[in-house]
Structures are given as structure tokens and as C-alpha cells.
Design a protein around this ligand. Structure first.
Ligand code: R2B
Length: 304
């Protein structure tokens, strides 16, 4: 399927395609006066918050797709906001923190891939999160993203009015990632994710800079209420991501490694090495899934 089919896309994109003006993808530093044909074969876009991780992941994908290739992986476009690498048919890009940041990137990536003529592209956000009753290191695959009111909709103010967009993720992709995780021996669960505009009060923490307007008891009650609704984790991008993919007709998934079980505490206390291992759990699942989709034979469960 083409990226942004006719019923989903802004008609402005067709005018650009017929040679009327130039589309400036300002935040990624590319525009349609440039040759964008190197993006035409894109099949997967993997995105995570950190630019370092997007580079190291691109390098590891290069080693898997082209073992021994010594050429450095180079960034495309500008790098002051996001950093984007492409290895074969896989884009690895950083999205920064929070929904405004990822949503701007999603618009520009979707337009880029539309302009380049890419087809059948899957977007996957791979990140970190706080678990609710879930142990650190576990990978949570989101089936539905909820807002901070525990509602399955993304709210955006447009022309002074609140617009609401549904935020369910691609069921098939959720199942495929989950079975990939099981096959390679990464502990994973499927669940709903609460997505907030803040890491502290927005996620019921008691360790921010400001005096909280709620007690420990209120916090625990809220976490249990969320847990009863099927919520397994908190993060800060998946809702904007899910609603954008649904609106754009792009298959999308959100898969995050748990850094802390929020029923046991607020602070992330693991060592940097352990946190790196946790992030790699989610990355390994997605790499394995993509390589298999690209035709490489499936890997076996890692020996423990
Ligand atoms: C997870 O980690 C970041 C906050 O520490 C944020 O981007 C998220 O969703």
C-alpha cells in the first residue's frame, strides 16, 4: 500500500507531486527539490527518543544486513532536532521526548515517504517506560494508547477547539511482535499504555520538584485503577504515535522496555549498564521481526 493513500492524505501533497511548489520538511532538513529517491525502498521506520540509540541501532542493523561493511552510517538531512539514518530498507530515527516532538516528526516522515514513493511501510516506536505491576526488563507491546484520563483518545486543540482521535494500534503487528519476543526468549506482555505530557505529576510520581497535590495513597489508588483497566505501562509518545498512524493508514506499533515498576517506586535506580540491556531487549525483538519480514530465516531462542 502507498504511504498516505488518497482518502488520508492532504491534497496539497498531490499539487507538490505535480510540480507545483516545493514541500519543505523543515525539522528534518529535507525538501522536495532534492533527490529523495533513496527513501523509495523504505519498509520500516524505527524510532526512539535518543539520538545515540538511533545511531547505535542503525550501526547494528548495518552489521546484520551487510556484515563486515566498514562504511560509517551517515545521517540524512539536518540533525539539530531529530537524527535520521537509513540502512537498506530500514530508517532509524530519534524523536526526542514527548508528543509534540514525535508528532512533528511523524508528519514530516510520512510526507517524505509519500514524496519518495515508498510502499508498505511499517512504523515502530521503540522506547522505555515505567511499568505498572511489571518488572524492569520486561517489554510491553501496546495494544491501545490511553490519555492521562485513561481514555483511548488523543486530544489536540485545533483552531481553539479540542479534537479527539482514536488511538488503537495494529492488532496483527502487536501479535507478530509478541510472538517474535517469545521465540527469541525476551519476556514480553501486551497491554494498554497511559501516555502523558509529563514524567512527574502526569505519571503520578511523588518525586518531582513541586509539592504534589495528591498523597501516596491517592497515587497508589490511581495506579491500581489504571492496572484494573488493563494498563501495563506509562510513557510519553505512544498516544500521538498511535492516533497519527491510525489516521494516516500506516501500520504502527509501540514497544517499550520497563525501567521501573511504578508499584514499587518512582525513581529509576538501575545502573546505566542494566538500563542499556533493558532497552536492547525491545530493540532485539524489533530487529528480529524486521529481518524476518525482509526474508532472513528466523533466529532461535537465546540460550540462558
Ligand atoms: C520514556 O522515556 C522518556 C522519559 O524519561 C520519555 O520519552 C518516554 O516516553
Amino acid at each position: 500500500m502507498e504511504v498516505l493513500p488518497a482518502e488520508k492524505r492532504n491534497p496539497m501533497l498531490d499539487k507538490i507531486a505535480s510540480g507545483e511548489g516545493v514541500d519543505h520538511l523543515y525539522h528534518i532538513g529535507l525538501d522536495t527539490s532534492q533527490d529523495l529517491s533513496c527513501f523509495a525502498d523504505t519498509r520500516f521506520v524505527v524510532m526512539g527518543g535518543s539520538r545515540e540509540r538511533s545511531l547505535s541501532w542503525a550501526e547494528s542493523i548495518q552489521q546484520q544486513l551487510r556484515p563486515g561493511d566498514p562504511s560509517p552510517v551517515k545521517a540524512h538531512g539536518k540533525t539539530e532536532r531529530y537524527t535520521m539514518y537509513k540502512v537498506g530498507p530500514i530508517i532509524s530515527v530519534s524523536h526526542g521526548m514527548g508528543m509534540p516532538s514525535i508528532r512533528i516528526l511523524l508528519h514530516e516522515l510520512a510526507k517524505l515517504l509519500r514524496h519518495a514513493g515508498a510502499r508498505d511501510v511499517v512504523f515502530i516506536r521503540v522506547g522505555t517506560c515505567g511499568g505498572i505491576g511489571v518488572d524492569p526488563g520486561t517489554v510491553v507491546i501496546t495494544d491501545q494508547a490511553l490519555n492521562g484520563k485513561l481514555e483511548p483518545e488523543y486530544e489536540l486543540i485545533e483552531l481553539g477547539e479540542t479534537k479527539r482521535y482514536p488511538s488503537t494500534l495494529d492488532k496483527g503487528l502487536v501479535e507478530e511482535l509478541h510472538s517474535t519476543a517469545q521465540r527469541i526468549g525476551v519476556k514480553s506482555i501486551i497491554g494498554s499504555t497511559v501516555v502523558t505530557d509529563d514524567f512527574y505529576e502526569g505519571q503520578a510520581r511523588l518525586d518531582g520538584a513541586l509539592k504534589p497535590g495528591y498523597t501516596e495513597e491517592d497515587k497508589v489508588k490511581f495506579l491500581h485503577r489504571a492496572q484494573e483497566k488493563g494498563v501495563r505501562n506509562f510513557e510519553m509518545e505512544g498516544l500521538a504515535f498511535a492516533s497519527f498512524c491510525l489516521q494516516a493508514g500506516i501500520r504502527g506499533a509501540v514497544i517499550c522496555a520497563v525501567l521501573v515498576n511504578r508499584l514499587e517506586g518512582d525513581q529509576v535506580r538501575e545502573t546505566p549498564a542494566r538500563l542499556g540491556e533493558f532497552s536492547l531487549n525491545a530493540q532485539r525483538v524489533v530487529t528480529e521481526y524486521m529481518l524476518q519480514e525482509l526474508g532472513r530465516p528466523p533466529a532461535k531462542k537465546a540460550r540462558t
